[in-house]
Design a protein around this ligand. Structure first.
Ligand SMILES: [Zn+2]
Length: 319
């Protein structure tokens, strides 16, 4: 096995994280997007996992209201979005231990009750999105349903089983709701539409939902998986490219075009800097998180990066 392959295999197993974490200083405690994006790129290119994944102080950021019915309740490097209604809420992604406690604290800090979460939808089976499901299920009780794609449930169970021998062991709940492409599920009065978008992982699912801003209702979108950090061959990259192209067409949909991206990793869209503008926004100002051009540019960049990676993966397979 070549060194590069060995390192990426180690990274995939999460083994480099412990080696790096003991000595390195945290990147920042302010959650600026640029250094996190640099660290993320290093993870993808060199298998170098930055300490920000584990550093609790840097992860703690203020939760906030992003739209009238949408709240950010995640940590610095991984998002959790809460979509609210008077009859109950929907949560997108669970974070991971010990940060799921932070997620619950964030919801309470906003004056909301975690017990009002009727539905938890999970983008894919990696630890940072699904790792807190067991903790949430125990806190929220049997009335809360959990939803993933069929492959998402499978890959989450597999990832959790593999984690037993690693530094960050976690357990996964039994499959509950199985989402299929185009399906709309509801929690309270929140409706969320699922799109199977394989690529980042083969079980990755993305979501469209309404985000209200005064009299205006936007169609928001959460892309389920952004990175090419866990690629297992050219087929997966091809699937990623097809998914990105499909999401782009959703931004051009004649009936209900997707208008903004609420990302699973906020540094990928400059979320920290954009949300700061919410504080000084005047009534006539545009909503700072609505950036369709930026979303399309991000999709173009993801596609261009994946096309380069596809060449490499095809060569690897051929050798
Ligand atoms: Zn992932």
């Amino acid at each position: 096995m070549k060194l590069r392959h060995f390192r990426s295999a180690l990274a995939a197993l999460g083994l480099l994280a412990t080696q790096a974490s003991a000595q390195e200083q945290p990147l920042s405690t302010k959650c600026e997007s640029a250094p996190l994006m640099t660290a993320w790129t290093e993870l993808g290119e060199k298998g170098k996992v930055a300490q920000f994944i584990e550093y609790a102080v840097a992860q703690k950021i203020e939760p906030y209201k992003a739209f009238d019915n949408v709240y950010y309740v995640g940590i610095c490097w991984v998002s959790a979005w809460l979509l609210t209604s008077p009859q109950g809420h929907v949560l997108i992604d669970t974070l991971y231990e010990p940060f799921t406690e932070q997620l619950l604290a964030n919801i309470r800090a906003l004056g909301l009750d975690p017990k009002d979460i009727k539905l938890v939808v999970i983008t894919h089976g990696h630890f940072d999105h699904a790792g807190g499901a067991a903790r949430l299920k125990s806190v929220l009780g049997p009335g809360t349903r959990f939803a993933m794609s069929r492959e998402g449930w499978r890959e989450a169970a597999e990832e959790a089983a593999l984690s037993a021998a690693r530094t960050r062991p976690w357990t996964m709940i039994e499959p509950d709701i199985v989402l299929s492409d185009g399906q709309t599920v509801t929690g309270g009065e929140v409706a969320i539409e699922a799109f199977e978008t394989p690529g980042h992982s083969m079980g990755t699912i993305s979501f469209a939902f309404d985000a209200r801003d005064g009299a205006r209702t936007y169609r928001a979108f959460t892309v389920g998986g952004l990175g090419l950090n866990r690629i297992r061959g050219p087929d997966q990259v091809e699937a990623f490219i097809a998914s990105v192209k499909r999401i782009r067409t959703l931004t051009q949909d004649g009936a209900r075009p997707v208008e903004l991206h609420l990302a699973t990793h906020g540094f990928s869209t400059g979320l920290t800097e954009a949300k700061d503008l919410l504080k000084t926004r005047k009534p006539t100002d545009p909503h700072p998180l609505v950036n369709l051009q930026g979303f399309r540019k991000q999709l173009d960049d993801l596609q261009a990066g994946a096309e380069k990676r596809l060449v490499i993966e095809r060569q690897r397979k051929a050798n």
